[in-house]
Design a protein. Structure first.
Length: 113
């Protein structure tokens, strides 16, 4: 048995959906001032004089490199902190060596050292 679609309900639903999408689009365009400023800045950069463009390119590379270095510094400092505070990993190579020898019933002879 097929369902009958009430056309009035369908029409009202579509109108409400359309009006809500218009409202959200207006709200988005009002709230995206920073995007407009960014696009204006990018557009203005394409019309710089050659020496200004070179200076801007240098600044972009310099600050990008500094930012990336800072993020890597934070990452590795947290990684080192985690490694040093984790008691199980503090002596990881000795633990691996002991595990290898004990599992295989092989013990190092004098010549191995």
């Amino acid at each position: 048995m097929k369902k009958q679609v009430n056309m009035d309900v369908l029409e009202k639903t579509l109108k409400m959906t359309y009006q809500n999408s218009l409202k959200s689009a207006e709200a988005f365009s009002e709230s995206s001032d920073w995007q407009k400023k960014l696009m204006r800045h990018i557009h203005a950069q394409s019309f710089l004089k050659p020496e200004e463009a070179e200076e801007q390119r240098f600044l972009n590379i310099a600050f990008g490199t500094l930012g990336f270095s800072f993020i890597m510094l934070l990452f590795f400092s947290f990684a080192q902190f985690y490694y040093l505070t984790n008691a199980a990993d503090a002596n990881i190579f000795k633990n691996m060596e002991d595990t290898y020898y004990s599992y295989n019933n092989v013990y190092p002879s004098v010549g191995d050292y």
